[in-house]
Design a protein around this ligand. Structure first.
Ligand SMILES: [Zn+2]
Length: 342
């Protein structure tokens, strides 16, 4: 249960300070709560066995103007027997909402496309309306199925890939997972393909860290892939659950991977080889659909998505995960395959 006895609004201002429009704003609190909980669990400041947790959000009033204008929002989590913890989130949480309002104002000719604008967030006391998302019956058990291990033992066998950020939970991916993803991508060239990532969560109490090991992928054999979209069908989930059971080492679902047939997309648009190299889809691209799949199927803060970027100049991998409540491109570690080492 999360309490937030306020309603929010966003107001857009033109460069010369004129009010352009106001719109109500909502926030999907769950990714913020997930991120905050994991952030403190990683440092050993919250229990990994969550039986009874409550969360609340309060406005942080703007220093100069004060209530009702906000400089951000604070999400606080309380677990019995632990001191409360909190994370602050800036108003940029609502930049997409502000952008949508700007687009509407452009349509209404109150703003010209490309004109700069600023926005403010305001909060007004209000009775809380029940969050319809909370009424859905699904597995929202926030318990962390961690096993004890040493991060040092993983680090000595790992190579970094991408930019590592201390805000992100460390993720170690077996190189075999990437090799299989690459082979499957080449096999299905031109169409999106993918799979479900499984593995384990480890806790290193000495290093005060929790980390993720992606040890295998289950090819999404029953998905309907086209050049633009991959869908996970109920059969995929049944197959994945069966595979998880067969592995039997306490593996859990950690996320999913899918390919981006960028080469195909670029050919369709007749992009020049030069344009393909700087194409926004060539690297670290995660669509609104991709974000929706993560939000619906893998909402835990330790879940990740891997994208195989299949471009005219090679195949590379990008990873995405929850950083401070939003989906971000992030770095990870590749685990060398030691099975052939004498
Ligand atoms: Zn995608």
């Amino acid at each position: 249960m999360l309490t937030f006895p306020y309603r929010l609004s966003i107001t857009l201002f033109s460069e010369d300070g004129a009010v352009l429009g106001t719109v109500s704003a909502e926030c999907d609190w769950e990714p913020l709560q997930e991120w905050t909980r994991l952030h403190f669990q990683r440092r050993g400041l919250l229990s990994t066995r969550v039986e009874d947790e409550s969360a609340s959000v309060l406005p942080l009033w703007a220093a100069a103007s004060g209530e009702p204008l906000c400089r951000g929002l604070r999400l606080q989590i309380e677990q019995p027997g632990w001191p409360p913890v909190a994370s602050d989130f800036p108003n940029t949480l609502f930049k997409d909402r502000a952008g949508a309002l700007a687009s509407l104002l452009v349509e209404q000719k109150k703003l010209r496309a490309g004109d700069t604008y600023t926005y403010v967030l305001a909060a007004y006391p209000a009775a809380q309306t029940p969050d319809p998302g909370r009424l859905l019956v699904r597995d929202t058990s926030p318990c962390l199925p961690v096993q004890d291990g040493s991060i040092e033992e993983f680090l000595v066998r790992a190579n970094p890939c991408g930019i590592l950020d201390a805000d992100d939970i460390p993720v170690f991916v077996a190189s075999r997972v990437l090799q299989e993803a690459a082979a499957q991508t080449r096999e299905q060239q031109g169409n999106e393909t993918g799979g479900i990532l499984i593995g384990r969560l480890w806790r290193d109490t000495r290093a005060a860290e929790i980390f993720v090991e992606v040890s295998a992928q289950i090819p999404a054999a029953c998905t309907a892939g086209t050049s633009v979209k991959l869908t996970f069908t109920p059969e995929t989930w049944t197959a994945a659950a069966a595979a998880l059971h067969a592995h039997g080492h306490g593996e859990i679902f950690l996320g999913y991977w899918h390919s981006h047939p960028v080469r195909e997309w670029c050919t369709g648009k007749s992009c020049t080889p030069e344009a393909q190299k700087t194409c926004v889809y060539a690297r670290d691209f995660f669509s609104a659909d991709d974000i929706a799949v993560m939000r619906a199927a893998f909402p835990r803060a330790w879940c990740v998505a891997i994208v195989a970027n299949d471009t005219a100049f090679g195949l590379s991998f990008s990873m995405f995960g929850n950083r401070r409540g939003a989906t971000h491109s992030r770095g990870f570690h590749v685990m060398e395959d030691t099975s052939n080492v004498a």
